[in-house]
Design a binder for this molecule. Structure first.
Ligand code: THU
Length: 132
């Protein structure tokens, strides 16, 4: 799928959210990443009975994308069924930064875009490979 419209990316994240496996929290999240060539790669949260092995929608999307050979990204959309925005957790911010750099982060619920940010503002003073 190819696109560069944030609404299309949000729509893809909403569809991905329907596949969330949130048997424990019942908090379903969808994510959609846009690569620099306009490809969209989606993810949803996948929980686990141990709780700690749960993986967030954003990391599923990024790991899928990297595993499919994508290396350059423009934007990520994150969708949950909440009035307030659901921003990526700290672990996801690190992974998104590592592979995506200063992505545009579009937060949305099932009907509305609730915020747009730059990842550098969500993860100030990041640790990354340049510091190794
Ligand atoms: N979750 C995500 O998938 N992404 C976020 O940005 C926030 C949290 C998931 C993890 C867990 O399955 C559930 O939401 C509740 O924390």
């Amino acid at each position: 799928m190819a696109s560069s419209n944030p609404q299309d990316l949000v729509a893809a994240a909403r569809r991905a959210r329907e596949n969330a496996y949130a048997a424990f929290s019942h908090f379903k999240v969808g994510a959609a990443l846009e690569t620099d060539d306009g490809t969209i790669v989606t993810g949803c949260n996948v929980e686990n009975a141990t709780y700690g092995l749960t993986i967030c929608a954003e990391r599923v999307a990024m790991f899928k994308a990297v595993s499919e050979g994508h290396r350059r990204f423009k934007r990520v959309a994150v969708v949950a069924d909440t009035e307030a925005p659901t921003p990526p957790c700290g672990a996801c911010r690190q992974i998104l930064w590592e592979f995506g750099g200063n992505l545009e982060v579009v937060l949305a619920n099932l009907t509305t875009i609730t915020g747009t940010h730059q990842l550098k503002d969500l993860l100030p003073l990041p640790f990354d490979a340049r510091l190794l």
